[in-house]
Design a protein around this ligand. Sequence first.
Ligand SMILES: [Zn+2]
Length: 186
Amino acid sequence: MPKTKKMLLTVELVPKTCWWSSVRTSVKPVEWDKIRRISYAAAGNKCEICGGTGKKQGYKHDLECHEIWEYDDKIHVQKLIGLISLCPKCHLVKHIGRAMAMGIEGDCYKHLASVNKWTREQIDTHIADSFVLYKQRSMHSWTLDISILSKEPYGIKLKTTKNRIFEVKKYKKKRKVPKKKRPIKK
Ligand SMILES: [Zn+2]
């Protein structure tokens, strides 16, 4: 068998303005289960980047399904172009912002160094570049395109009329209105 080029592990920060739109929030839980099972089977039940599994890394599960997005920076469409099965460590690197929020980014640095054979400098540069792009993209609203899921092998019925658009303004406006107190029934 010809040797395929090893895939690099990269950070893929989802713009802030897309946080509420994802495959998981657009399909039923049973459909998401179907999607990820197809993905895991196609990957031979191991991480498509490092070949590892979560249980060997001390997790209770082996794989997580990661959504691969393509961002059209001209017309601001966030399009799903595929799904990849990743071990929890590689998945955490993809969303390193979450790891940073949890204070466990050190794990990501270690994993990036071991999978990509990168130096600390290369890792720092890559992460800094990812955040620059993230900040630029977070200034726009995005239209979600997950039409790939209606095709084989997924065959999910999608509501095509519901193009989910999330506006920056709406996102920034944090709800600080207290919940209305219900009158106590006597
Ligand atoms: Zn992995």
